[in-house]
Write a protein that binds this ligand. Structure first.
Ligand code: ACO
Length: 323
């Protein structure tokens, strides 16, 4: 048993290829103005044809291990949150485990779309606090561009690829203070890939194998839900809005991020924003944003950080920590 689970290192990776709003203007009937005003996105990174989710996850994981001063042999749990695994099976976490040479420990994937990293963090926290693991690699990684319909302007402008990772270790000091995970499957049709493996691979190869979203309905639920989860998280810890030093939100849309910041009474200077540079990288977005702000020196040891996400399912969740 351990009192706390604490993030001891962060890492991330973005594929080299960049797709700008101007590039998208040449692909579908859209404009830089529309994308910027409605979403805040300016560009996103796209995995090359031979680059997989595991490739992205591996670089992010190695960077997080280096930052934590750990070697793969010390890792005793690997969880990857992803919607775009390399294979139907084995899990991408197993593929990564073999590459790292960390064999023997449990390794599995978690599917909660954009909330996946928060789910993975919540699961890893429980492994660590119960004494079942001491040093976990928790990763969000996506080659999300593979399930985007590049002829659908209402979705293709939103998403990008990338990976973010943390090393989570047993600690006597805080640490993660709490994680809060939720889902409501009744909303599945508002944001989904309408078919899957059990529908047959032929169907999966067509349009039904790509993301479909009723954007403005998702938007409304996301804003309300994220407001509620912020309150739930603070109440559970007896904290006030003013106790939060940094908000690290899921990076789907700058207007959703601003609405959550308003709810917290937070100046946007205390909110980590990468959506302009990365677009929505689904499960990778929170750990990518966290690593960005840790590495550029904004988020410092001892500060209180609130992470939150919302995504397909619907799923939503939060994690609050003393970094
Ligand atoms: N370029 C130009 N026009 C466009 C584009 C585009 N790329 N896309 C849509 N439009 C048009 C629409 O056709 C519509 O035209 P109409 O009025 O003539 O019918 C108009 O713009 C407005 O469309 P809306 O969908 O109402 O636009 P909205 O302001 O809601 O913005 C957006 C759309 C950006 C998708 C927004 O709704 C949003 O961010 N939704 C939430 C996304 C989200 O948070 N997802 C959750 C995480 S993702 C995951 O889990 C995988």
């Amino acid at each position: 048993m351990s009192d706390y689970a604490r993030i001891t290192g962060t890492g991330s990776f973005l594929p080299e290829k960049v797709l700008t709003n101007q590039d998208l203007e040449r692909m579908v009937d859209t404009s830089d103005k529309w994308i910027s005003e409605r979403t805040g996105i300016k560009k996103r990174h796209i995995a090359s044809d031979d680059e997989t989710t595991c490739d992205l996850a591996e670089v992010a994981a190695r960077r997080a291990l280096e930052a934590a001063g750990r070697v793969p042999a010390e890792v005793d749990l690997i969880i990857i949150a992803t919607t775009t695994p390399d294979k139907i099976f084995p899990s991408t976490a197993c593929l990564l485990q073999a590459r790292l040479g960390a064999q023997g420990c449990p390794a599995f994937d978690v599917q909660a779309v954009c909330t996946g990293f928060i789910y993975a963090l919540g699961i890893a926290e429980k492994f660590i606090r119960s004494g079942s693991a001491h040093c976990a690699l928790v990763i969000g990684a996506e080659a999300f561009s593979r399930i985007v319909d590049w002829s659908d302007r209402s979705t293709c402008v939103l998403f990008g690829d990338g990976a973010g990772a943390v090393v989570l270790e047993a600690s006597d000091e805080p640490g993660l203070l709490s994680t809060h995970l939720h889902a409501d499957g009744r909303y599945q049709h508002l944001l989904h890939v309408p078919c899957g493996v059990s529908d047959g691979l032929e169907k999966l190869a067509g349009k039904e194998g790509k993301v479909q979203m009723r954007g403005n309905e998702v938007f409304r639920v996301a804003v309300n839900t994220l407001g509620r989860i912020v309150d739930e998280t603070l109440e559970a810890n007896g904290l006030q809005h003013s106790d939060i030093d940094w908000l690290v939100p899921h990076q789907a849309n700058i207007r959703i991020i601003q609405a959550t910041a308003r709810k917290l009474g937070m100046n946007m200077e205390r909110v980590v924003v990468t959506v302009d540079q990365h677009g929505n990288t689904s499960a990778a977005s929170v750990p990518l944003a966290l690593d960005t702000a840790v590495r550029d020196g904004r988020i410092r040891r001892g500060e209180t950080v609130l992470m939150e996400a919302f995504g397909g399912g619907f799923t939503w969740g939060s994690a609050i920590m003393r970094f």
